[in-house]
Design a protein around this ligand. Structure first.
Ligand code: C2E
Ligand code: MG
Ligand code: MG
Ligand code: MG
Length: 282
């Protein structure tokens, strides 16, 4: 983190300061250039959404998709969110970008649900800034209206950290979102700082078990215990759960034994461009 580096550099005296300030310079230049490029990315049609299927392993069928943002940068090539989401968030650009993703994903879900043999759920990620933006409900309503998507097919993914940033207004916001008829999921569940009492008070539908608990679920008893506890917690509260980042059949077997039925991960499918999903559901 640049600010922390700057602080320590100052603490440690002049030479270090110069050393760090050069690094910082490069860091800031790169960051600024990405921020500038990002400003024009929407207008230039450089943002694209990949869709990762979510599976019901019992029925062996696709139940929905998660919309995952990509950026086809004219020079740097295909960028994943880790390479630009922080900058989008810090600059506020995530608000218009997020609104675009939401609308686009709803339109796509509507199209697939019309064409496929059954409706598909569409999960869309919300950043903390979007979540705390005053027009969120209007944005969601707008996306539903222009797309024609049945609200029950939309699931918004929120992180624990987004929820606790503005805890006083969260309940009212979640209730108003639920009032639109959509679903709410907590993403990366178990990695944040939220309290279990939120699950009691907030109208949440789904817990997504974070990949970090799944990775070593077969070999690490603690990870297995945590994953099992989250799955049971969801079940006991009448919530759905999705295991994220599932990569092997051993993980599927272990999770199935724990009662997990909904899966998302490379074992089933990577995030796919629209054309490939088109072929999958036809
Ligand atoms: P996330 O919402 O937790 O999404 C899951 C991430 O895990 C995705 O990374 C997905 O490609 C990856 N993944 C899924 N299955 C596997 C697996 O089996 N193995 C491995 N190694 N990875 C797997 P991705 O697409 O790079 O997105 C990273 C994060 O960026 C997302 O994490 C989400 O927090 C954020 N993000 C993506 N799209 C958007 C967006 O439209 N808006 C906002 N605000 N954030 C987004
Ligand atoms: Mg997500
Ligand atoms: Mg996640
Ligand atoms: Mg994540």
């Amino acid at each position: 983190n640049a600010d922390v580096a700057m602080y320590h550099a100052k603490e440690n005296g002049r030479n270090n300061y110069q050393f760090f300030s050069e690094e910082l310079n490069v860091y800031h230049k790169n960051r600024l250039s990405i921020e500038n490029d990002l400003r024009s990315a929407i207008l230039n049609d450089e943002l694209v959404i990949y869709y990762q299927p979510q599976f019901n392993a019992e029925l062996n069928e696709i139940i929905g998709f998660e919309a995952l943002l990509r950026w086809e940068h004219p020079i740097k090539g295909l960028l994943s969110p880790d390479q630009f989401i922080n900058i989008a968030e810090a600059s506020g650009l995530i608000v218009p970008i997020g609104a675009w993703v939401l609308e686009q994903a709803c339109k796509q879900a509507y199209e697939w649900s019309q064409r496929g043999t059954k409706p598909y759920r569409m999960a869309v990620n919300l950043s903390a800034l979007q979540f705390n933006h005053k027009n969120l409900s209007e944005q969601v309503l707008h996306a539903l209206e222009v797309s024609g998507l049945n609200p029950s097919l939309l699931e918004l993914e929120i992180t624990e950290s987004a929820i606790i940033q503005n805890i006083n207004e969260t309940l009212a916001l979640l209730v108003s979102l639920k009032g639109l008829g959509i679903n709410l999921a907590i993403d990366d569940f178990g990695t944040g700082y939220s309290s279990l009492s939120y699950l009691k008070n907030f109208p949440i539908d789904t817990l997504k078990v974070d990949k970090s608990f799944i990775d070593e679920i077969v070999t690490n008893k603690k990870d297995a215990a945590i994953a099992q506890t989250i799955l049971q917690l969801a079940d006991n509260l009448g919530l759905l759960s999705v295991a994220e980042g599932v990569e092997t059949k051993e993980q599927v077997a272990g999770l199935t034994e724990m009662g997990c039925t909904q899966f998302q991960g490379f074992y089933f499918s990577k995030p796919l461009p629209v054309e490939l999903v088109d072929m999958l559901i036809d």
